[in-house]
Structure formats: C-alpha cells, structure tokens
Write a protein that binds this ligand. Structure first.
Ligand code: NDP
Length: 273
C-alpha cells in the first residue's frame, strides 16, 4: 500500500489570493514529495471546527494567515517560543497530543535578509507598523544584535505595548510616526504596515534615515508598489517581501516534512510569472 499525499492547507479570510498553495506545490516538486495543499476559507469563530474537519479528513499540517494567527495560539497544546513571544501562530503541525504551533515569520525574514546580504547587526532599525507581522519579526531581529530598534505605528500605544514585552532583548523604542524626527537616523527601514493594500503609504521622511540606509518591505506585488516608488525617489535601495514569504513557507514545510526546500528556484519561478 502506498502512502497518500501529505495533506496540508492554508486557512484564512480571504484566502483565495494566497500564494501558499503554489509555493508548496513547487517545494513538493523540487523534493519529489507528493502534497495535497489546499486553501480553506475560515474566520476566527469557525477555525476550531474547520481544523477538526481537516484533521478528520487526514490533514496533518496547516498555515494560518490573516485574521487567524492570534486565534491559532489558543488551539495549540504546545507552542514554540517563536509563537509564544509573538502571540501569533502561522504554522500548525498535528501530533498525538494535538496541534503544535510555530511562527516562522521572524526566521523567514532573517533568511531573506541573509540572502540579500543585509546584516541587522549594529544597525539602527526602524519598523513602520506594529501589527501581527511586526510582532512576528521583532523578537527574531533582536537576536541579531542591532544597535537599536524603533517601532512606530499609527496607533502609538500598540507599538509601545509590543516593545514593552521585549524590552529585555535590547534597545527598543515604541511610539507614533510623529516621534521619528526626535530619534537618531536609522540604517534599515522595515515597512510592516498593510497600508499598501489600500494604495496608501504610512508617513515617511528621507531625513529619518542615514545616507546609506536600505529598506525592506514585507509587502510584495501591488501592495509594494507605492513604497517602492517612494524608495526610488528617496534613493534608498529596497527589497520586497516575496523572499520572506517563500522563506517562512520553507520553514513551515521543514516542520511538516523534515526537509528544507531551496528558496532561490521558487523565488525565480514566482518572479517569472
Ligand atoms: P495587521 O492587520 O496585524 O497590522 C496592520 C498594520 O498596518 C498596523 O500596524 C496598522 O496600524 C498599520 N496600518 C494599516 N493601514 C495603515 C495606514 N494607512 N497608515 C499607516 N499604518 C497603517 O497586519 P499584519 O501585521 O499581519 O501584516 C502587515 C503587512 O505585512 C500586510 O500587508 C501583510 O500582507 C504583510 N505580511 C507579509 C509577510 C511576508 O511573508 N512577506 C508575512 C506577514 C505579513 P494600526 O495598528 O494603527 O491599525
């Protein structure tokens, strides 16, 4: 008897636009593994029931995307430090005692920064936005010994709260965009707001950055466009978040299958489309 495909899925709302099924199909092809990876629409309230049905039908691993990452934490019997520290789960793996939860966003960002040759060590980092994505990357960035990290958000209190939880991990500042002129110039700008999805930009000023600063946008595709334009006009080299998306997916894939796919060929494949 042959084992069937490994049954996996991404849950979210909306989820139809997700690139995850395509990315994981490419991973499976690369490693000769047969996968059945689907996209399942679910809001927060339906998640426990949808996951139970998925498991009963043979599902063994799942990704969670907006708006389910915080809710996912409640459903896990075991959570990795990455999930606990960020308060969000993006990867679930089924074990005999229930779902185990992980967050691969932070490690995914670090993998992509390594690929791009951007070293956070000793840098003054400015993160715009303090939502779930920022929570996922903040702890990982502190592990690379930056000189300081400033998190500025439209709702300043959200940034202060997030930073307050990690204060012991380094020099962190949390506040509103209006605080930027009072801070020393930053060397690495990380754009983690979702403003681009509404064709908007968070407040930005070239003077907030050092002369040699670089930028990284967690967004990609059309939601990256306005920020890319701003960076070009300001003379700041910028990378989009497609590499991070694939890297965090590769880390999920490794949690489920024990094998780490190569990111480069999948990135080339998606860019070519
Ligand atoms: P959340 O909904 O949790 O947070 C959204 C954030 O954007 C908040 O800080 C919010 O501020 C801010 N924001 C929204 N609109 C504006 C605006 N017009 N001006 C200024 N700030 C604004 O989303 P996530 O944190 O989960 O995701 C953020 C982005 O990162 C998304 O675009 C997502 O697609 C992307 N992402 C990419 C990943 C990748 O692998 N490349 C992984 C995860 C996310 P406020 O708190 O004041 O509302």
């Amino acid at each position: 008897m042959t084992a069937g495909p490994i049954k996996l899925a991404v849950f979210g709302q909306p989820v139809a636009h997700s690139l995850s099924p395509r990315i994981h199909r490419l991973f499976g092809e690369q490693l000769g593994l047969e996968l059945d990876y689907s996209a399942i629409e679910s809001g927060v309230h339906e998640l426990p029931e949808r996951l139970a049905t998925f498991f009963a039908e043979g599902g063994r691993g799942a990704n969670l995307t907006v708006p389910l990452k915080a809710a996912g934490l409640e459903l896990c019997t075991v959570t990795a430090p990455s999930a606990r520290l960020s308060g969000a789960v993006n990867t679930l793996k089924h074990a005999p005692d229930g779902w185990h939860g992980y967050n691969t966003d932070g490690a995914g960002l670090l993998l992509d920064l390594d690929r791009l040759g951007i070293d956070p060590a000793g840098k003054r980092i400015l993160i715009l936005g303090a939502g779930g994505a920022c929570a996922g990357i903040l702890e990982a960035l502190t592990s690379r010994s930056p000189a300081a990290i400033s998190v500025l958000n439209r709702s300043p209190e959200r940034a202060r709260r997030l930073v307050g939880q990690l204060r012991h991990r380094g020099i962190l500042y949390g506040g509103g965009f209006q605080d930027a002129p009072t801070l020393p110039a930053h060397d690495l700008l990380i754009q983690s707001t979702s403003a681009g999805h509404a064709d908007r930009l968070p407040p930005l000023d070239r003077a907030w950055l050092s002369a040699t600063a670089t930028a990284y946008d967690l967004n990609y595709g059309t939601s990256h466009r306005l920020f890319a334009d701003w960076c070009r006009d300001a003379g700041v080299p910028v990378a989009d978040g497609l590499g991070m998306l694939i890297a965090q997916a590769a880390l999920s894939f490794e949690i489920w299958t024990g094998t780490h796919p190569r990111i480069g060929p999948v990135l080339d494949g998606l860019r070519a489309r």
